[in-house]
Design a protein around this ligand. Structure first.
Ligand SMILES: CC(=O)CC(=O)C(=O)O
Ligand SMILES: [Mg+2]
Length: 227
């Protein structure tokens, strides 16, 4: 990790690994069955392509056919060195830092996929579905399990959570994911969203942050190819 510049982690990343159902209040608002001791050992994992990344100055664009686009604010973990089958008690050594991220979700298309037992690749992985903020060095966020994550739409607070409420911790997630998928420097893990997800329309401005350490502002645009 030493000597490597993670300010532009988006250019280094080879993948985005996302965690679902990591906050009990979001599990409840989505109408999912409550987490049990059994489900607690098994986080929900899905992926977004790196073409989903956008950074400040770019716009979030509705994917084709989507009529219900949701914001999900999440703490992003930026991986600092190759991680394969990492034990939980060593996992924090693999963290270069953090960022604020939006897991933009075509909710109507995700609900359809869920009903049909199909993957969430397009509802979660379309171009512009992963806006990210500035890099936060690991030493700037000493306790990633005690920081506010928030999201406003047009100045109105919609999500106001704390990472204290994550069901699966940062080291658990790195350890769990790296048992199956090797993580590389710059890769980003999205750690799940708290309650308050809601719909946005073209012209809305979404602001989000991890405490006051990393903040973003993105405008939502319609898709000009929209039928
Ligand atoms: C239901 C979801 O969309 C899962 C997810 O992304 C989450 O953050 O939770
Ligand atoms: Mg999410």
């Amino acid at each position: 990790m030493a000597g490597r510049n993670f300010e532009k982690f988006v250019d280094l990343a080879s993948k985005i690994v996302a965690v679902g159902k990591n906050y009990a209040d979001h599990i409840k608002e989505m109408g999912y069955a409550a987490a049990t001791a059994a489900t607690k050992a098994e986080p929900v994992i899905f992926m977004k392509p790196t073409s989903a990344f956008i950074t400040q100055g770019q716009k979030i664009v509705f994917p084709p056919g989507c009529k219900n686009l949701h914001h999900e604010v999440e703490l992003g973990i930026v991986i600092g060195k190759q991680a394969r089958r990492v034990p939980e008690n060593e996992a924090m050594q693999y963290v270069a830092g953090y960022t604020v991220a939006l897991d933009m979700t075509a909710r109507d298309q995700q609900e359809k996929a869920k009903k049909e037992g199909l993957p969430w690749t397009l509802p979660k992985g379309f171009d512009t579905s992963c806006p990210v903020g500035p890099f936060i060095r690991a030493d700037q966020l000493v306790d990633p399990h005690n920081v506010q994550i928030w999201c406003k739409v047009n100045g109105k607070l919609r999500q106001d959570g704390t990472t204290k409420d994550m069901i699966f911790s940062v080291p658990y997630l790195i350890s769990y994911i790296s048992r199956y998928i090797t993580l590389f420097p710059g890769d980003v893990i999205l750690t799940g969203t708290p309650a308050g997800v809601s719909a946005v329309v073209a012209g809305d401005v979404i602001e989000a942050g991890v405490g006051d350490l990393s903040q973003i502002s993105f405008e939502v645009a319609r898709n000009d190819e929209q039928q």
